[in-house]
Design a protein around this ligand. Sequence first.
Ligand code: GDP
Length: 486
Amino acid sequence: IGRKNSSSEAPNDRLLGGLLSPEFDDKSCLSRYQSMLYRKASPHAPSPYLIRRLREYEALHKKCAPNTHLYNESIEQLKSGRSNGTMECNYVVWIPHNGLGNRVLTIVSSFLYALLNNKVLLVHIPSDFTDLLCEPFPGTSWVLPSDFPVHNFLDFDKGTPQSYGNMLRNKVIDDEMLSGSSNATLPAYVYLHLPWYYDQWDKLFFCGDAQRLLRRIPWLLLKSDHYFVPSLFLLQEYEEQLRQLFLERATTFHHLVRYLVHPTNVVWDYVTKYYRAHLAAADETLGIQIRVFHNFPVPFESMLRQVINCSLSEGILPAVNLQERAAPASKTDTKVKAVLVASLFSGYSERIRDMYAEHPTTTGEVVRVHQPSHEERQHTEQQGHNIKALAEVELLSFSDALITSAWSTFGYVAQGLGGLQPWILLRHTQSDLPCRQAMSSEPCYLMPPPFPSSHCSKDHGDAGEAAAARQYVRQCEDELGGIKVF
Ligand code: GDP
């Protein structure tokens, strides 16, 4: 058992203040009701309205689940190729794209989008992603059946004629349809192309008229690699719902990711064994996530210096006395800080470990450095690699303090699960500071559509929408062009 909250907590804490349904069998997914034993207690309670909407969503999901009568009806509609308005069950199909962090961010974003529109979220689980996450909704499944009739959806990309952007560009969807004044039949499905390389047509998804039109389409297939929730906050459509769902807006991701993401027993076993062996005995734990991107290379020594400068200048780790050699720890009351390093490379943790092994700290504390794996390269196509990645995200989320890398969705997921405000290692092109503490545990929408939403057609009444909503987002700490919920 973890050390954090094992004592007396409110009896409903096991359910995270009502966020989680009590209906699950514990053993099938141990992490669901155990994570809170390892993480710092969250001071953020979910709103009663969020809890109610989640329970309603769970009922809807059960009613519309794969292979139910209503699911089959919606599938028949899909096969017919056209839509006569919404069905009783309408769906958002999540298409995986890029690494684990990207995937978790887009699952959460897609879920909120589905929740706001009373649609049901189904996820395609490729073989590299099987047995990583538990089912999040009780008594049902969120897995898209393998006989889903749109066979080539994994190939959907910017050139796909069924994408919302291309349908606008090619006038398959015209102004009359958007304004709701046309009787023309709508397609049975639309592909929402929202990865970072989306174009100005795809971005029109984030306009009020698009949202109203897409609500009438029974099947939406969505591919993204970003946390697009901040742009949902800018839509007047959702203003009132979101206000009630998230009384503290900057806890949106924190609540949703803890609701949806529960590692399977295989992953959890790895996490808890590692935790007990290396972290449980420490007085304090620090997570350091070091991500170096191929398209933004940083020399090893510069990155190491930045990590150490950040840790020391922010008082996260104690300084060492370079004049002295470290003596073996003798006193039993010595305070121990455990550092968990997550990185594809082993060099950083080795150097930090050496620093504290060779010299005593100026505070008398002992610093122990651990790194569970060093995979050298990203291998999202390998399930075993993804298990380690998810396990490390979980371990990072248990930390008392967290240092993350700018632009990394891997770090965003850890901070959200832990409800932590990380110190972000900034890119040297952005700042001379080694790091800056984030204002919340919200992820950044790194490449949002134009904001305010002046790109939306004036004819369709979106002008001014963003003005009222501007108070809901702020510029990100790690990307000046990015926005985060505030
Ligand atoms: P991002 O690219 O940093 O935004 O994060 P993603 O999670 O989307 O993609 C990076 C992928 O590289 C991860 O999912 C892992 O597969 C791998 N990776 C990157 N950093 C680490 C790490 O510290 N530990 C492990 N185990 N894998 C990592």
